[in-house]
Design a protein around this ligand. Structure first.
Ligand code: PEP
Ligand code: MG
Length: 299
């Protein structure tokens, strides 16, 4: 089976009936990029930038972040790299942020909620990402979105950052794509409104499942109840893809479910444009895509 998968390198991610999709990889940093390329990944669909922030004593500087993003972007050599802005909370350790201990960290002060109340942190990261955009094909995505108002606030801050970079004569690309993660039921349910304001969606099925089923994704006692194939999740995914397309946004999946080959055909039929999986799952998912149909059968 291994040899057969190797033979899929260099082949297209194309269904039996001719639909081609982007197959990207999830990474935590530069150390994972070699595996993306050796497994023939078409891009990075999720760069979890929080790994730059944890296990240290202070915030990473703009320059440190810029170097880290630039290294990934250059190594990917023109392939799309989607950098997710800080997704940290009371459960992931960063003592210097002095986050208060919370009873419900998954429902707490985390991710975009930190960024929107600490624009200093957010702007530093955005400057680093935009600077890296001059070295390849960068896209930005925002985690844990629940409302259009959050997105409007983000866009105001992004506009300020671009203006400042321009004033400082620092090069960046003006056409960096922006997207949101759809990983709360609220975001899925207002995906029609969100789609009109972004270039793409990336469905985070890990969190979308925990919030939709109201089950802690880290609590192994819930394993017998935890059903990622729950009809509610699949409905929200279908709805998100439909609303994304109606609003002119392309739609990917970057949660673990995207690598579930028993669902590949289901996602293709829903019209998904991109799947982002761990590097080791790229070739198995390519195999599943090439054995699936994406369109209804003709009479
Ligand atoms: C998700 O929630 O599905 C996701 C991809 O993000 P993370 O697993 O980092 O929360
Ligand atoms: Mg998530």
């Amino acid at each position: 089976a291994r040899r057969l998968l190797q033979e899929l390198k260099g082949k297209k991610n194309i269904s039996l009936d001719g639909k081609e999709i982007n197959l990207y990889a999830n990474i935590g940093g530069l150390k994972d990029v070699a595996a993306v390329l050796s497994n023939d990944g078409g891009g990075v669909g999720l760069f979890r930038s929080e790994f730059l922030y944890i296990g240290r004593d202070s915030l990473p500087t703009e320059e440190e972040q810029f170097q880290a993003y630039k290294a990934v972007v250059e190594t990917m050599a023109g392939k799309r790299v989607i950098i997710r802005t800080l997704d940290i909370g009371a459960d992931k350790k960063a003592d210097y942020l002095e986050l208060e201990k919370e009873d419900n960290p998954a429902l707490g002060y985390r991710a975009i909620r930190i960024c929107l109340t600490r624009p200093d942190i957010f702007k530093t990261q955005l400057r680093a990402i935009f600077r890296a955009s001059a070295f390849g094909k960068v896209a930005i995505m925002y985690p844990m979105i629940t409302s259009v108002e959050e997105l409007d606030k983000i866009h105001t801050i992004v506009a300020e950052v671009k203006k400042e970079l321009t004033a400082d004569k620092i090069p960046f690309k003006d056409d960096v794509e922006e997207g949101v993660m759809i990983e709360t039921p609220a975001a899925a349910l207002i995906s029609d409104d969100l789609a009109r304001k972004v270039d793409f969606f990336s469905i985070g099925t890990n969190d979308l499942t925990q919030y939709t089923l109201a089950m802690d994704r880290q609590n192994s006692r819930l394993d017998v109840f935890y059903n990622p194939h729950h009809k509610a999740i699949l409905r929200l995914i279908r709805m998100t893809i439909e609303n994304g397309h109606k609003g002119g946004a392309w739609v990917g999946i970057c949660g673990e479910l995207g690598a579930d080959t028993t669902l590949t055909e289901t996602f293709l039929r829903m019209g998904v444009d991109e799947l982002s999986v761990s590097p080791s799952m790229i070739l198995p998912v390519r195999d599943a895509i090439r054995k699936s149909h994406a369109y209804p059968e003709k009479e």
